[in-house]
Ligand binder design. Structure first.
Ligand SMILES: C[S@@+](CC[C@H](N)C(=O)[O-])C[C@H]1O[C@@H](n2cnc3c(N)ncnc32)[C@H](O)[C@@H]1O
Length: 375
């Protein structure tokens, strides 16, 4: 498959990545995998500084490449780590046993175990329709503490994140408690089977390394993977936030589109940042200035960790293409990159996504794939 064909691919929800979380504005696994296969060799290092839902991580592992990813969002890093969990047979068996015993505790009649009344991360979450599920989610969180291995806790928590997203985020029909419990068991079974499979592949994947870090893309050169002038990435495959486009990376929309930081409650992390933080500036004029300044700082830093003949391939959409695309190309030039002429601009229509429905017909409606090399 050529990069052009891969860029048109709309498999936004490939089973392998989607099983963990539906990350907003994710790119397709086919796109990431094709870019990696075309522009790097097995064993080389791939970097995604705007990791999001870890699509690029899955593509890198599947193509036998090493990988480093960064994101400032704790949800993103949590998902990346959960994808890297490996379970041996004993771990798998103890997870199944845990589920069989604990499942009985997840009921409205049982005690709550976790306080769901005062936690600010449950703002806009608890109401008459959702309270049974949220109480059960608190019970699952309490049960997870009884698992003795960190990797098992990660898998069980990721299954809860995914199940609660299915049950509550942008959903009108809240499922019954029984449907919630059943879905949780099913998701857990899929994720743990994958972790078992990943463990079984350890010999084929020996010598490769994968790391995800909660830090700004600007800090990539300070990561241990790039310490001491040793290692350089052969390829950066990434999708930065889109300038001027509204995307909620850090909120779920519950009951009537009320924004809730509930995912941070599940992954056990603090929240406190605004949309502008996760989108590198927000939609105002000042926000957009700060977006392009940040992009220039980030890409200037990334130049230092890319091999001399390495590539950057990025998928990006715009709210005002005529102004923002030239501005981005200027940023890339100042950061030390040039467009690769033979496959420089690949346009594709944005497939239907929930956030996109909120944009005007013109804004964010098209995305472009840009391929760059060091100048
Ligand atoms: C378009 S999403 C990436 C989606 C990803 N390609 C996928 O397939 O799921 C952009 C990501 O950039 C992250 N981000 C925003 N500013 C950042 C920064 N300064 N450093 C690192 N990540 C940042 C956001 O949190 C968001 O997860």
């Amino acid at each position: 498959m050529t990069l052009w064909q891969a860029a048109q691919s709309n498999d936004l929800v490939p089973r392998s990545v989607h099983a963990y979380y539906r990350y907003p504005a994710r790119f397709s696994l086919t796109f990431a995998a094709t870019a990696i296969e075309e522009l790097s060799r097995p064993g080389e290092l791939i970097l995604d500084p705007f990791l999001g839902g870890s699509t690029s991580l899955v593509a890198a592992v599947g193509s036998s490449r090493s990988f480093v990813g960064t994101d400032i969002n704790a949800i993103s890093i949590f998902i990346g780590r959960a994808m890297l969990a490996r379970h041996d047979d004993d771990a798998q068996a103890s997870l199944q046993q845990w589920l069989a015993v604990q499942r009985k505790r997840w009921s409205y009649r049982q005690p709550g175990f976790v306080d769901t009344s005062n936690d600010p991360r449950l703002t806009n979450a608890v109401n008459i329709q959702t309270k049974a599920i949220i109480k059960a989610a608190g019970q699952v969180l309490a049960s997870i503490k009884e698992l003795d291995k960190e990797q098992l806790q990660q898998t069980a928590t990721c299954a809860l994140l995914k199940t609660c997203q299915w049950a509550l985020d942008s959903t009108r029909d809240i499922p019954s408690l029984e449907a919630f419990r059943q879905r949780y068991s099913d998701v857990l079974s899929i994720l743990s089977t994958r972790a078992r499979f990943f463990h079984a592949l350890r010999h084929q994947l020996a010598g490769l390394s994968w790391g995800v870090h909660q830090t700004s893309a600007e800090a990539v050169p300070t990561l241990p993977e790039f310490a001491g002038d040793r290692r350089r990435a052969a390829l950066i495959v990434t999708s930065p936030p889109y300038p001027g486009v509204h995307v909620l990376y850090h909120r779920w929309q519950l009951s009537g589109r009320k924004e809730s930081p509930m995912p941070y409650w599940i992954v056990g992390s603090q929240d406190g940042m605004s949309e502008a933080y996760y989108t590198m500036g927000g939609r105002s004029g000042t926000g957009q200035r700060s977006y392009f300044e940040s992009m220039e700082r980030v890409y200037s830093q990334l130049r230092a960790v890319l091999k001399t003949r390495g590539h950057i391939i990025q998928l990006i959409g715009f709210s005002e293409t005529a102004y923002q695309l030239p501005r981005l190309l200027l940023v890339m030039k100042r950061a030390g990159f040039k467009l690769v002429s033979d496959q420089s601009l690949i346009w594709r229509d944005v497939p239907r996504r929930s956030w996109h429905a909120r944009q005007t017909a013109a804004s964010g409606a098209r995305e472009v794939v840009l391929t760059h090399q060091v100048r």
